[in-house]
Design a protein around this ligand. Structure first.
Ligand SMILES: NC(=O)c1ccc[n+]([C@@H]2O[C@H](COP(=O)([O-])OP(=O)(O)OC[C@H]3O[C@@H](n4cnc5c(N)ncnc54)[C@H](OP(=O)(O)O)[C@@H]3O)[C@@H](O)[C@H]2O)c1
Length: 306
């Protein structure tokens, strides 16, 4: 079996060595133009040229959960596209979202500012019943996040494409229930995949339906959010602010108003990082299952786009 590794922006050597160790007998090499035909590709942000030169690939294993960028390329029609499922990402996402939520709910930014001025002051405790959290996307990451938030006794609601039942989470599904989901949400967490249906889904109309004083936590993709609509709703007072980890252009350009907005927190797409060892172990398990003709979790449905 021959595997090519191509990961733009990351060092390929540790992935090559890890996959070689996990798949004895396989030839694993960093992809270069003109490489001999491979059975599988393990990729992050690869160039179109890789797929043009490797039309006989059977499996394309993405080093992340989101496949929106790969679906912009022309992939070999026979190849299965396989995403990472969790591989250590869901616990990171849960801690990141809970941190952003609790920082906002407990007004920790305000306490930090007070402390910087040597001021010992209290704020009136807020009621968590008044802070229902709505999670858009109840997949691998969204479910874990919804359950982690529920453990802190916030009311939790979730929205997905098809109906889901998750203990402790009030579930809504499909376009018909979207408005009802938004209307009862104060803190909106986005964990949708980026598809034609979900692009720009957080806009003036939808964010305007959140409970007054709403707060947005975007940890999925920048193109889900219409930046200027968020800014208008924050500046107009309908939204209290936002914690943003993902952006339309990354790195976020230095002149972008998000950087300096006092009610918006920016992090550099770091909420759930690909963990190399966990990911290599998962990809190796999937490659073996795939080659034995067994079912593999995380095969992307190209017609749905996730
Ligand atoms: N910031 C970061 O560091 C980071 C890291 C990893 C991933 N991500 C992002 O997080 C996203 C989610 O990851 P995941 O592993 O949880 O994905 P997933 O398992 O594929 O789950 C996607 C969820 O979104 C729902 N959904 C899809 N299209 C919808 C639509 N049109 N309307 C309503 N619901 C819809 C799905 O509904 P069904 O349940 O009905 O299928 C499912 O519940 C990724 O696609 C990626 O963009 C970000």
């Amino acid at each position: 079996m021959r595997i090519v590794v191509c990961c733009t922006g990351m060092k390929a050597a540790p992935w090559v060595a890890g996959l070689e160790a996990a798949l004895p007998g396989a030839v694993v090499e960093e992809w270069q133009a003109g490489a001999p035909p491979a059975d599988h590709a393990v990729v992050w942000a690869p160039p179109q040229q890789l797929f043009d030169e490797q039309p006989r690939l059977k499996g394309i294993f993405n080093m992340g959960a989101g496949v929106d960028a790969l679906l912009q390329l022309r992939l070999p029609p026979e190849a299965a596209l396989v995403r990472l499922d969790d591989a250590g990402m869901s616990v990171q996402m849960a801690e990141f979202v809970c941190h952003a939520l609790i920082r906002h709910f407990r007004e920790l930014d305000g306490y930090e500012q007070d402390a910087a001025q040597g001021r010992w002051s209290f704020r009136r405790p807020r009621s968590r019943a008044e802070f229902p959290v709505g999670v858009m996307g109840l997949g691998v990451l969204g479910q874990r996040v919804a359950q982690a938030v529920a453990a802190f006794e916030f009311p939790v609601r979730g929205w997905s494409r098809t109906a889901r039942a998750i203990e402790g989470v009030q579930c809504f599904a499909g376009p018909a229930q979207f408005d009802a989901f938004l209307a009862g949400t104060r803190v909106l967490v986005n964990l949708l995949p980026l598809t034609p249906e979900t692009e720009n889904i957080m806009n003036r109309a939808t964010l305007g339906r959140l409970l007054p004083g709403g707060y947005v936590i975007n940890v999925a993709r920048g193109a889900h959010l219409v930046d200027e609509d968020l800014l208008a709703l924050v500046d107009g007072g309908h939204l209290a602010g936002a914690a943003l980890d993902v952006f339309r252009t990354e790195p976020l350009p230095p002149a972008h108003p998000f950087w300096r907005h006092p009610k918006i927190t920016v992090t550099p797409h770091t909420s759930a990082r690909t963990l190399r060892d966990e990911s290599i172990a998962q990809i190796a398990r999937k490659v073996r299952a795939f080659d034995r003709g067994e079912p593999v979790a995380g095969v992307v449905d190209l017609s749905r786009g996730y």
